[in-house]
Each structure stands twice: as C-alpha cells, then as structure tokens.
Design a protein around this ligand. Structure first.
Ligand code: UGA
Length: 457
C-alpha cells in the first residue's frame, strides 16, 4: 500500500487500461476507469470483466472501494495522473490509427486545471505521439500550463494471459518525459518499485523476483523502447521458425538447438519456440508500425520485413505438411485445435487459426474447430469463415482425417490421444506447437523436429 495515495484517471478499459486500473488501485491509489462504451462500463459496474484474463476479476473485485467506473471525463479534473490506455489499431498501410488517442486528449483538455497533472501515454503509439499529445493539450486546454501539465510515455509490457504477473512484477518500468513529471511517476509507482504492496492471491510474487529497474528517459526513447522490444521478440520467434525449417531438412531438432543457443546468456532461452508463428494484436502491428516509421524517414528496415515474411510463410508451412500427407484436401475433414492466438486468452486478433481455417476451406476441406475459451468470441467475430465449432474435443476429433494443433492450451497438452484417436477417420496430427511428447498411435508431424515415433510410423 502506498503511503502517498494519489487520484488517478485511467482512460480505456482494454487489456492495458484494466490492468493499469487494477494495479494502481491494488497499490493504494484512488482510480476512476473511464470508457466511452456504456456497455463496457455497465459490465464493469456489475462486477463483470469484458475480457478473459486469469485472476483479473478477483483482483478488480478486491479493490472495489478504490475503483469507480464511468463514461464521464469529469473525474479527470481532480486526477493527479491521467493514463491514456486506448487502442491504436493498425490502419490499412500498417500505420497505427491515432484517432482514439486524439479524441481522449480532446476530452481530457477541458479538465486540465491549476494543479500539477501528468498525462501518461500507455497505449503503444508511434514515436513522436507524446509530443503531439502535448501540443494538442497546449492548443485545446484552456487551463493548460506547460510547467504543470506534462506528457509522459510509460509503455506497457504485459502479455495477455499473464497480465497480472507482468504488471505487478515487471522486469523494468520505462518512463519518458520531463524530470518533474518523472518524479510524480516515481511517487505513483513507489510501492511497485519498492515492492512494498501485499501480493494478491491471484498473482503471488515469484520467489526469485526482487524489484524492477526504472529506466528514466525521454519521450521519444520510451516510445521507441516499446516498439523495439516487441520487434525484437517477433524477430526472435521468426528466427527460431527459420532455423526450424532447416532443422527439418538436415535432421536436427529445433528444441535442442534453441536450448543450445539460448543457454548463451547473450541470447536467452525464452521466445525461441518454433511453431505456428506469432499472432495477437501487438507483434504484427508494431513491426509494421516501425517499418512504416522508417518509410516516413526514407529508411529501410529489412530485418523486420524478413521477420514478417517468415511469420506469414510459417502459416503456409503447416498447410504444406498437411498437403504432403493427404495430397488433396477436397472432401477431407480437418480439425483445428485452438483458435485464440495463444493459450489463456480468448483474443482472436491475428490468430494463426484464422488464416489456417480460411486456407483449409479454400482448399476444399470441411473444417471443425475447437477452443477451450475462445469459441463464443469466434462465433461472433469469425462469421465470415466457413467452419463448425465443436462442442468438445471428442466431438472435434470425431471422424476427422487430420488434426492441426494450433494453440498449445494445457487441455491439449494433456489429451489422452490414444483414446481420442479411435473416433478419428484418419491418423494424421500436425502438431504445430510441438506439444506431443510421447509416442502415439498416429502419424505426427511437428515443427523443426522429428515427432516421438508411434507404432504406425
Ligand atoms: C506481447 C509482448 O510479449 C508483451 O511484452 C507486450 O506488452 C504485448 O505484446 C503488447 O505489446 O501489448 P502478447 O501479444 O500478449 O504480448 O503475447 P506473447 O506472449 O508475446 O505472444 C505473442 C505471439 O508469439 C503468440 O502468438 C505466441 O504464440 C507467439 N510465440 C511466443 C511463439 O510463437 N513462440 C515463442 O517462443 C513465444
């Protein structure tokens, strides 16, 4: 708990906004969560969380007395710190669309007043946006005072599915902006920096964790750190996928190779899992965003372009494996296990399963799909795709000629394959996440490695 409670407004109730509001309330601040969507605010007021994020509902419920939800910007008036956590979806050319950031700034403007207020950009925004928001406020806020109102960039590094752990126990806190404003941010985050808060039951403090490193820098560098971090992670995965393709051809095993190179502390073992490639709302948007920033300055970014191209190819690699085994997909029943872009989320944005279902249907297959959590969302958002949602894994596999494991949900890791295989028409499994660890009675294809050998091989 903070010794110095502050009043905070958090604008936007997506992953970043909800995580930020929950974290700040948990460490003792008084928080108002603002969203223009009445539907979302009504849900939150009723104690429901509009996204699937493990533990978030419990954490939000436990801080109820310090957290208010509203569609009105009035509370910005008394806020010491105002977080902008709205979406920045990619426009048609990959450039992030800033309309929500701009409209949040416009709505904040009338509420800036005589007391020191920090406006924090937590949304991932193109480099230069912090400056732009500062200028918008200067031009449109009647109460604006450049000594008292400062814009700070404080990028968010949380991952969906592990949002609580990532925000409560971060590796680093990056703060860019004027030193006076960074001091206010240091006060705000003091319990997080010192780790003096009580760990919530939903997210226990990891035993080895000590405290985050604070990186104080400029607006531009903070904005760049966010993009460069995501681009580097995307690059790492694409590198693993590129090496995996060669491993298959020369008889090496990508998992052993990844361990072997990752143990070099300069490389690190994490984010080297080959598979169906990266998806989600961030890596594609941020790599494209950096490339488009480069283009604006006449500067090529060939490594990032290659990372994107390899990721696109990786989705085809899965189809190629299927085609090699089945020759044609016409009239074949193919099951897709996993629709969310990764486990423990119902987020379907840029999910590899979307491209796979599209391609399988184009090639004449009858597609059945299953996901432990994301099916209701897919039923709403993927109405343009032709596939059937299965009621259970057993139903999904019933009479299938082939199965593709696209998302490594723990439910799929622990499947009793030998029992399920009986209901299938064929015996082909494309394990695009390398989760099958023991021989099963089927032909299993994995990425960048030989699958454990079953009796039928
Ligand atoms: C990512 C970053 O990891 C976060 O640090 C960042 O805050 C976030 O984007 C963001 O910008 O908001 P997220 O998109 O939630 O987080 O998901 P990740 O866990 O990073 O996974 C991204 C994709 O990479 C998934 O499709 C996952 O399956 C894939 N992946 C990940 C691999 O294919 N191999 C790996 O080794 C790791």
């Amino acid at each position: 708990m903070t010794k110095d409670p502050m009043t905070v407004a958090v604008i936007g109730t997506g992953y970043v906004g909800l995580g930020t509001a929950a974290l700040l309330a948990h460490i003792g601040h008084t928080v108002t969560g603002i969203d223009i969507s009445e539907e979302k605010i009504n849900l939150l007021r009723a104690g429901q969380v509009p996204i699937h994020e493990p533990g978030l509902d419990d954490l939000l419920a436990s801080v109820q007395d310090r957290l208010t939800w509203t569609t009105s910007y009035d509370s910005v008036h008394t806020a010491d710190v105002i977080f902008i956590c709205v979406g920045t979806p990619p426009g048609p050319d990959g450039t992030p669309d800033l309309q929500y950031v701009v409209s949040a700034a416009a709505r904040i403007a009338p509420h800036l007043n005589g007391h020191a207020q920090v406006i924090v950009n937590k949304s991932t925004v193109p480099i230069g946006t912090g400056d732009y928001v500062q200028r918008l406020l200067e031009d449109h806020a009647p109460g604006y005072d450049h000594e008292r109102h400062r814009v700070v960039s404080n990028p968010e590094f949380l991952r969906e599915g592990t949002a609580l752990q990532d925000s409560l126990y971060p590796d680093r806190i990056v703060l860019g902006g004027h030193p006076d404003a960074l001091q206010i941010m240091a006060r705000l985050y003091a319990p997080l920096i010192e780790q003096t808060f009580t760990a919530p039951a939903a997210a226990p403090r990891p035993e080895t964790y000590t405290r985050p490193t604070v990186v104080n820098t400029t607006l531009q560098s903070a904005e760049m750190i966010k993009y460069a971090a995501n681009a580097f992670l995307a690059l790492k995965i694409s590198f693993a996928n590129e090496i995996a393709g060669l491993c298959e051809r020369v008889g090496a095993d990508i998992e052993e190779v990844a361990t072997g190179i990752g143990l070099d502390g300069r490389i690190g073992t994490r984010f080297l899992n080959a598979g169906a490639g990266w998806g989600g709302s961030c890596f594609g948007k941020d790599t494209a965003g950096l490339i488009s920033a480069g283009r604006e300055h006449g500067y090529d970014m060939p490594i990032l372009q290659a990372a994107i191209d390899i990721n696109t190819r990786q989705r085809q690699v899965i189809i190629d494996k299927l085609m090699r085994q089945l020759r044609t997909l016409k009239g074949k029943r193919v099951t897709v296990l996993g629709m969310a872009f990764k486990p423990d989320t119902d987020d379907l944005r840029d999910a590899p399963a979307h491209d796979l279902i599209t391609r399988l249907h184009q090639l004449g297959a009858t597609v059945t799909a299953h996901d432990p959590i994301a099916m209701p969302r897919a039923a709403r958002e993927w109405t343009h795709l032709t596939y059937r949602e299965a009621s259970s894994v057993q139903d999904a596999l019933h009479r299938a000629d082939a199965v593709i494991i696209v998302t490594e949900w723990s439910d799929y890791r622990t499947l009793d394959w030998n029992a399920h295989l009986k209901g299938m028409r064929g015996r082909l499994i494309i394990d695009a996440r390398n989760i099958i660890r023991t021989p099963i009675d089927a032909h299993v294809e994995q990425i960048g490695r030989e699958a454990p050998v079953g009796e039928r091989r």
